[in-house]
Design a protein. Structure first.
Lengths: 219, 247, 224
């Protein structure tokens, strides 16, 4: 794996996110090195998804700073990350392999590194035989696995995963844990929000308290 | 009869009928076209442009007959929820649209030399245009709803609502004073058309009707197969998941 | 690399427009219905229809284009694709342009091709049949690009469709004015045909240059 140089560290210092005049997340700091993982824990509404979406660049930070360093550090952080959220980002009229081929071409770019073909990626998540089926025919768990296969088709050093294990059975969770280990061994980073254990060893834990979400006014 | 309502029996029946229907259609259309172009006389007023009639009138009949067939299929969908009725409905819509378009286009080509204009907004032409739009709307509805049974019920409701247009088309030439000529074949007191023109017209009409039944049967067969493929695909996707879960 | 991602996007958009529920053909049917409603409303006077034919066709094209555009970004916002497009290294402005180009080919181009045929039903003269098609060809890119701004502003809003039309229709009036005068000039009149046509081309080019930035800014500002 050659992506180790793309991103050597990701450091957050006192970042916060406001929505509708309310501080959803405030004063978050973490220090993530190549090969590291960060798991955001907290109750519903504690702001896990909001924090992840802000790191991926979909929401602005209200304060603090987020610094990324590495060979690709001149590229904006969103272009270095894979985001897997609640919506799968799949078009139901297209087949699984068409969807992946599209995202492979759309998301490849800045970072260099190992990537696999859409068909191989589907094989890794155990869906090779359904590659040519329209996504509309797949079950929720299968769609989620196609969405996760996106992680393999374009090399990006930072994986941002919002509840990645939703609708996954035990076997698929195992596949996912192995993929996480490979990604980290190659120097990749993972930030995940989760309720379920993800098999991330030695992950730093970020506990988001609901009190921060409850506080009114600007941070 | 009920035996053939089972899709599998229906497929077997269709496989046997389609070659015969297709052959009959070809014979009738060849005979009809021969009579049209080499036997039927030119009109003393309209000259040879009257020959468009032999395409125009049958396609107009078919445009309406197709809707009537679609309406009975829609009743089958609503009352019995039978998948064969769903398929018959779905297969009829594009055929109806095609025959209606043929009717409108041939009418337009005929209208230019006769009335001096491609199109007039009289009751008959307008109501046939509305029929065309209803067919297109139905096709759109079929294409938009992915779940076939749900699409069939929605299309059936729209079909039954749209059926009011059929008597309007039929009687528009009698109810309103229009440029379009009134019915001359089926009317009280016998046809107002010479026998030398009537026979080719009737043969063409029967030929078109057989053409419709051939195409309709083929389209129903395709629709049944398409549904099977869809169901098998979904089953396969789920079986795959089961197999992995147990592995 | 960027060209490859843009062509992938272009073909994906076209394939979706053709597929179930893509609505590529529905715009054309909607156009046909709008055009045929007018004679119902004002009566079958062919002289009157032939005089106002260009206006009818242009209003119908305007509505069919704009109302077809409300799903341009909405579908991507609903299924999460829009978030992922934001993480692509391809500039969002170019993504907007490519999506609009695919949308224009799937919905506006059939409408332009059908317009002379519908002009026949409105008893328009042969010269103005060509005029209407040419003026639509020159003007509809501006409509699509303006509509893209409205679609971007209302992406993620529930029931954004009508709001989008309210936002964009006032901006589309210059295109309508010069489009109709271009089509009318084709069949004689005091204005030479090329003048409104050049203005239409100018409007389309200006929209093509400016609208992607506005639409991309609106998509980035979307608080989701």
């Amino acid at each position: 794996m050659t992506q180790s140089v793309a991103l050597t560290s990701l450091i957050a210092r006192g970042v916060g996110v406001d929505r509708g005049g309310r501080a959803i997340v405030k004063n978050i700091s973490f220090d993530l090195q190549a090969g590291g993982a960060l798991v955001a824990l907290g109750r519903n509404g504690a702001g896990k998804s909001t924090l992840l979406r802000a790191i991926a660049g979909f929401l602005p930070f209200s304060g603090g700073e987020l610094i990324h360093e590495g060979e690709a550090s001149e590229a904006p952080l969103p272009e270095l990350c894979h985001y897997v959220g609640h919506a799968d980002g799949l078009k139901s009229a297209l087949t699984a392999v068409e969807n992946l081929a599209f995202w492979s071409r759309m998301l490849s770019g800045t970072a260099t590194g190992a990537s696999v073909s859409p068909l191989e990626a589907l094989q890794q998540v155990g869906l090779k035989r359904l590659a040519d089926f329209p996504v509309a025919y797949l079950s929720a768990g299968q769609k989620r696995r196609v969405a996760l296969a996106r992680l393999f088709v374009a090399p990006r050093p930072l994986w941002i995963l919002d509840e990645p294990a939703t609708a996954l059975d035990v076997a698929s969770q195992q596949v996912l844990a192995e993929a996480f280990a490979r990604h980290r061994a190659g120097g990749g980073m993972i930030i995940a929000a989760t309720h379920a254990p993800l098999g991330l060893v030695d992950a730093a834990v970020l506990e988001l308290s609901a009190t921060a979400a409850g506080a009114l006014g600007n941070a | 009869m009920l035996k053939y309502a089972n899709p599998t029996h229906f497929l077997a029946l269709a496989a046997r009928l389609i070659p015969w229907l297709a052959a009959t259609t070809a014979l009738l259309l060849i005979a009809g076209l021969y009579l049209t172009f080499f036997v039927a006389p030119d009109d003393y007023q309209q000259g040879s442009s009257v020959k468009i009639m032999y395409l125009h009138v049958p396609s107009a009949w078919l445009a309406m007959m197709c809707y009537v067939i679609m309406t009975s299929a829609a009743l089958g969908t609503i009352v019995w929820r039978h998948p064969l009725a769903d398929a018959a409905q779905k297969a009829a819509a594009p055929l109806g649209a095609a025959f209606t378009l043929l009717c409108l286009v041939t009418g337009s080509l005929w209208g230019k030399p006769m009335w001096g204009t491609w199109w007039v907004w009289d009751a008959r032409l307008t109501s046939v245009l509305v029929l065309f739009l209803i067919y297109l709307g139905l096709i759109g509805l079929w294409r938009t709803i992915e779940e076939p049974a749900q699409a069939a019920r929605a299309a059936a409701i729209l079909t039954l609502v749209g059926v009011v247009n059929i008597p309007i088309i039929k009687f528009s030439v009698d109810w309103w004073n229009t440029l379009h000529q009134p019915a001359s074949v089926f009317k009280l007191g016998g046809p107002a058309i010479a026998g030398s023109m009537l026979w080719p017209l009737l043969i063409m009409a029967v030929g078109f009707t057989f053409l419709f039944f051939t195409l309709h049967l083929m389209a129903i067969r395709n629709e049944i197969l398409r549904r099977r493929l869809r169901r098998l695909s979904i089953d396969a996707a789920h079986a795959e998941e089961q197999a992995e879960a147990t592995a | 690399m960027m060209q490859s991602s843009l062509s992938a996007l272009f073909w994906r958009e076209l394939r979706i427009a053709r597929s179930v529920g893509g609505g590529g053909a529905m715009g054309l049917v909607f156009f046909l219905i709008l055009v045929s409603l007018t004679p119902f409303a004002i009566g079958p006077d062919l002289n009157l229809l032939s005089r106002i034919g260009p206006a009818i066709l242009w209003i119908a094209a305007l509505l069919a284009t704009l109302l077809g555009l409300d799903r341009l970004f909405q579908a991507d916002a609903d299924d999460g694709s829009l978030d992922l497009l934001l993480t692509a290294s391809t500039p969002l402005e170019l993504i907007v342009v490519v999506k609009c180009a695919a949308h224009w080919i799937a919905t506006a181009l059939p409408l332009i091709l059908a317009s002379p045929l519908l002009g026949l039903t409105l008893a328009m003269e042969p010269a103005s049949l060509g005029g209407i098609a040419l003026s639509l060809l020159a003007g509809t890119p501006a409509l699509t690009m303006l509509g893209a701004i409205g679609a971007a502003l209302t992406a993620g809003l529930r029931r954004g469709g009508l709001l989008m039309a309210v936002l964009i229709l006032p901006l589309a009036t210059p295109v309508l004015i010069f489009g109709v005068s271009g089509a009318a000039a084709a069949s004689g009149g005091t204005v030479p045909f090329h003048i409104p046509m050049l203005i239409l081309c100018g409007l389309s080019l200006a929209a093509l240059a400016g609208a992607p930035f506005a639409a991309a800014a609106a998509l980035r500002a979307r608080d989701a």
